[in-house]
Design a binder for this molecule. Structure first.
Ligand code: NDP
Length: 256
């Protein structure tokens, strides 16, 4: 496929899990992909090497999200990398994928520190990445935010995390109305239970897989490729008439 030939894409948290699946797919579709990561150099190098071995183009940039100056650090590295490889700094596709869910974020259990960290990584970082990426984007630009199916399910321990993803849905709708006149679209993709490093501790257990499958219309755990397929469509020209949407990519979780 060459739907994204000549385009450039930044995927935050692109070195592992869903982000890696997205990087591999966008590169296979022809984009030059910026694989962003926090600290795991080995995983980032492996992702870039896998893309290149398949004939694609990618480079990695490192930047911790959730700390002061994070968005500036990412955008400066993206501009430098793109300038070196393409002679310009135009960014066509931004995928805000990196996100954490490492606390027991219930109303009885969440701490102010963990709450602030969740919002810093999951909400503040994408907000300011969009702010700083927009000047690099032009007609046909695509912003895709990774949300979560948990915004419509009242899972007690996921409360604070679900609130961060609900904020992403609001961010998407509001920005859509401001960038549409520039031919830029922005949508949220909400995965359900997806097998990644983050969820492996749970989803690798056969009992957990059976439990998840029982709550799904499509009776299995999701894969990074399932999500990447949806993101690839939203990144393509074919999605030009879709903006401000929340795309449920859960495989039909908890439909009753
Ligand atoms: P993973 O934990 O598997 O992804 C890790 C990636 O994010 C790595 O590239 C990692 O970098 C990077 N990363 C993590 N924290 C930071 C940080 N503070 N700053 C910069 N980069 C960071 O996550 P998933 O693939 O499971 O999830 C991806 C997205 O999908 C998240 O937004 C998540 O909320 C959402 N989601 C996931 C679901 C699931 O079941 N997996 C379900 C619903 C939504 P490094 O390798 O250097 O650590």
């Amino acid at each position: 496929m060459t739907a994204l030939m000549g385009k450039t894409a930044l995927v935050t948290g692109g070195s592992r899990g869903i982000g890696r699946g997205i990087c591999e797919r966008l590169a296979a579709d022809g984009a030059l992909v910026v694989v962003h990561y926090a600290s795991n150099d080995t995983a980032a190098k492996d992702t870039v090497a896998t893309i290149e071995a398949a004939g694609g183009r990618a480079f990695a940039i490192q930047a911790e999200l959730g700390i002061d100056g994070d968005a500036d650090t990412v955008i400066h590295a993206v501009q430098a990398g793109l300038r070196e490889r393409t002679g310009r700094t135009r960014l066509d596709i931004l995928v805000n994928n990196a996100g954490i869910n490492d606390s027991d974020g219930g109303i009885d259990t969440e701490t102010p520190q963990a709450f602030d960290r969740l919002f810093a990584v999951n909400v503040r970082a994408p907000f300011f990445l969009i702010q700083k990426a927009l000047p690099l984007m032009g007609q046909g630009g695509r912003i895709i935010n990774i949300g979560s199916g948990v915004t419509r399910i009242a899972l007690p321990g996921e409360l604070a995390y679900a609130m961060t993803k609900a904020a992403i849905e609001t961010l998407t709708r509001n920005v859509a109305n401001q960038v549409g006149s520039r031919g830029i679209t922005i949508n949220t993709v909400a995965p359900g239970p997806t097998r990644t490093d983050k969820t492996a501790f749970f989803l690798d257990r056969p009992q957990a897989q059976a439990m998840v499958a029982a709550g799904q219309a499509i009776e299995r755990v999701g894969t990074p490729a399932d999500i990447a397929n949806v993101v690839a469509f939203l990144a393509s020209d074919d999605s030009a008439w879709l903006t401000a949407n929340l795309i449920d990519a859960t495989g039909g979780s908890y439909l009753g």
